[in-house]
Write a protein that binds this ligand. Structure first.
Ligand code: PLP
Length: 370
């Protein structure tokens, strides 16, 4: 698998833009963000990593403040409490939930547990690349299967004999597209006993199509299934690092063998628990994302570009030219879009920020491509 230096440092815009510029990044806070978010005047419009521009719930901030004086000790109680909350939320036993320092760590642990020499990883192309790198580090062959022409996972072709782990990102990053629930179910029905499948539901909260479903309810019937979720997206906690896996107890036990002890910090646990209790924040974030996404889509279509229908908090547009130079031109205008994806070199991925941020993006894009 080809690894680019830009994918190695996809959040490393400090290196790209210089430390001074990074210090000026606009860090919106909820709810002030809605009223008075500056567009680009004083900082970079960061649309590169699919974060929630409205940040965490105020309840999460409060919970973090309250946990300041706990940080001298290890996070045992907080890990147990968050694990119990998640188990309750998903209707599973506590032994079926494993926390990670972000869902990236879950992907890393899964690659270590289930891939290696003679146990290939199968993944789509393009998709979220991280697990391919982790599998490679585990000595595994990485088999990449192109998405279909309409950006679904090509599940027919993702079932080679002998795979250790199959990674399905649904909705998919970077294309923002879904693989329909009936196809996923049929695929899971055919899964051979020795092969596990990890379904990455990082963008679950943003998907609204009737063709989409979480597969967590199917875990009780499917010993080979692992689901990864994260607090980095709709919950606005990317900097805190908290994600988790849900699977059957035996699979969790195998993941635990690769686990990093005390990996999730007290702040992240308390903020995550508070976030789970604030469904209004999730709803607001989804609604604002939906509205702003429609605005960006029509802006891009108005410029004559085709946009892949998005079920996430980002979208991809076909600029009909290699986007490398467009990305550079946007950065010069203080707008940081998603990286270039070698499998789709003409497509620009952009995170849906606030309305002012997206007005700045469209303005910068118009001048960048003029
Ligand atoms: N999975 C997908 C599909 C992602 O897009 C991302 C981040 O962009 C992650 C996982 C990793 O998220 P985190 O480690 O912050 O939970």
């Amino acid at each position: 698998m080809a690894l680019t230096s830009s994918s190695l440092s996809r959040r490393g815009f400090v290196q790209i833009l210089g430390a001074g510029a990074a210090a000026a990044v606009v860090r919106p806070q909820w709810p002030a963000a809605l009223a008075q978010l500056p567009a680009t005047a004083s900082g970079i419009v960061r649309l590169s990593s699919n974060e929630n521009p409205y940040g965490p719930s105020t309840a999460a901030f409060d919970a973090m403040r309250k946990s300041f004086d706990l940080v001298w000790r290890y996070p045992d109680e907080e890990v147990d409490a968050l694990t119990a909350d998640l188990a309750k939320l998903h209707g599973v036993a506590g032994e079926q939930v494993l926390l990670g320092a972000g869902s990236s760590q879950i992907l890393k642990i899964a690659a270590a547990a289930f891939t290696g020499p003679g146990k290939p990883l199968v993944m789509a192309e393009p998709t979220f690349e991280a697990i391919g790198r982790y599998a490679q580090a585990a000595g595994a062959e990485v088999v990449k299967v192109p998405l279909t022409a309409d950006y679904r996972h090509d599940l027919e072709r993702m079932l080679p004999a002998g795979a250790g782990l199959i990674y399905i990102c649904n909705p998919n990053n970077p294309t923002a597209s879904l693989t329909p629930k009936a196809e996923v179910r049929a695929f899971l029905d055919r899964l051979p006993a020795g092969t596990r499948v990890l379904i990455d539901e990082a963008y679950f909260h943003y998907a609204e199509s009737g063709d989409y479903e979480s597969v967590i309810p199917q875990i009780k019937d499917r010993p080979n299934l692992i689901v990864a979720r994260t607090f980095s997206k709709v919950y606005g906690m990317a900097g805190l690092r908290c994600g988790y896996a849900v699977a059957q107890p035996e699979t969790i036990r195998l993941l635990l063998a690769q686990h990093v002890w005390d990996n999730v910090n007290i702040m992240a646990c308390t903020a995550a628990r508070a976030s789970l209790g604030d469904s209004a924040h999730v709803e607001r974030s989804r609604r604002l994302n939906r509205e702003t996404r429609a605005y960006v889509r029509s802006g891009l279509e108005g410029m004559g570009y085709k946009v892949i229908p998005s079920e996430t908090n980002f979208l991809m547009a076909d600029l009909r030219r290699d986007v490398g130079s467009v990305i550079d031109a946007l950065k010069q205008r203080n707008v940081e879009p998603g990286r270039r994806f070698p499998a789709m070199p003409n497509y620009l991925r952009v995170t849906i920020g606030t309305r002012p941020q997206m007005e700045a993006f469209l303005g910068a894009l118009r001048t960048a491509v003029a």
